[in-house]
Write a protein that binds this ligand. Structure first.
Ligand code: UFG
Length: 320
């Protein structure tokens, strides 16, 4: 049985759908603070918070859990700067509670959602896993701290973990059952799609004076199902007795904000207003992953192009 903490959220729910397809038994453990109960369609659903040791105890004592996948986190970079307490409590302290209960029940396999935010402003792109870790906001620090905790837990308690450092997760389930719906939405692709749908008047480009080919920021967008597949491969590796490791998950190709806007216009055949405005604080000019390690060790590969990312997102948003 696999416990998926945060299985009702965007990435967690896509992983659950894939786990179910692969024949795994799943428990979705989620407080529904950001996720949706309608996304918990695979496996059993338990309403609970990872800070709630008693509730976790009930679940771990009732079910034989083989591994835990952990997708619960606060993810808004800007908010983490103004309210770091929320981030350190939710992302670090509550993760420690989950790990404590795992230890109590001798559950020793853990998959963790980390982030490219651990690298901060990279000196070199594409970014390798060994690149310096220099987070520039509390959100990035919380992810790096948990990575450190996991290294120490492996040494001390033999807890084996895989940390996946996501670049820009995007796209939706090709069957249109689940997709990306943050509230508030801050991510580029869903915001552009809302503009294409007429739900917002325009899309703003944050900064046109970066040192990039067209002056706008370049990011590495990766389809959520490509992310999900890496999680299944990582889980299987741990269940087969594999060792702890850390992997970047990105497509290894970068697209500028302007390019993404153009692709959305092309795929949706809609036009909308684009407003050029000042930079958003804390945005690195270019973030592109080197993902060779995940390919080599996990046998992972990218299946979705940027057009497919936009198409699947568009299909899902139209149904909302
Ligand atoms: N952007 C705009 N207009 C918008 C929204 C975003 O121009 O309305 C730009 C941003 O400035 C950035 C790019 O589009 O250059 C992508 O922005 P997102 O907010 O979609 O994603 P980020 O790259 O800022 O953040 C992602 C994850 C974070 C993670 C970070 C790692 O969403 O969780 O990568 O650096 F921390």
């Amino acid at each position: 049985m696999i416990l998926v903490a945060g299985g009702s959220g965007y990435i967690g729910s896509h992983v659950c759908k894939m786990l179910a397809k692969e024949g795994f038994d799943i428990i979705v453990y989620d407080n529904l603070s950001k996720g949706y109960e309608s996304f918990a369609r695979w496996g059993r659903f338990v309403l609970g918070d990872i800070s709630d040791e008693r509730q976790l105890d009930l679940v771990f004592s009732r079910f034989k859990i083989d591994a835990v996948m952990h997708f619960c986190a606060s993810i808004e970079v800007g908010e983490s700067v103004v309210d770091p307490e929320k981030y350190y409590i939710n992302n670090v302290s509550n993760t420690l509670t989950l790990l404590k209960v795992m230890n109590r029940y001798n559950v020793k396999k853990f998959i963790f959602s980390s982030s490219a935010a651990v690298y901060g402003m990279p000196d070199k792109v594409p970014i390798e896993e060994e690149a310096p870790k220099k987070p520039i906001n509390p959100y990035g620090w919380t992810k790096l701290m948990v990575e450190q905790i996991l290294q120490d837990y492996d040494r001390a308690y033999n807890l084996k973990s895989i940390c996946f450092r996501y670049f820009n997760a995007a796209g939706a389930d090709p069957d249109g059952e689940i997709g990306e719906a943050h509230n508030p939405e801050t991510h580029l692709i869903p915001l552009i799609i809302d503009a294409a749908l007429g739900k917002r008047e325009s899309i703003k480009i944050y900064g046109t004076d970066y040192d990039t080919k067209d002056g706008t920021c370049i990011r590495d967008y990766i389809h959520v199902n490509d992310l999900a597949r890496a999680h299944i491969l990582g889980l299987k590796m741990l269940l087969d007795g594999g060792k702890s490791d850390v992997f970047n998950l990105g497509s290894e190709s970068g697209f500028s904000v302007r390019e993404i806007i153009d692709i959305v216009k092309k795929v949706t055949e809609k036009d909308f207003k684009v407003i050029e405005t000042e930079r958003r604080p804390g945005d690195p000019a270019v973030l592109v992953a080197k993902s060779e390690k995940a390919k080599r060790i996990l046998g992972w590969k990218i299946e979705y192009s940027i057009e497919e990312i936009i198409k699947t997102a568009w299909n899902w948003h139209q149904k909302l």
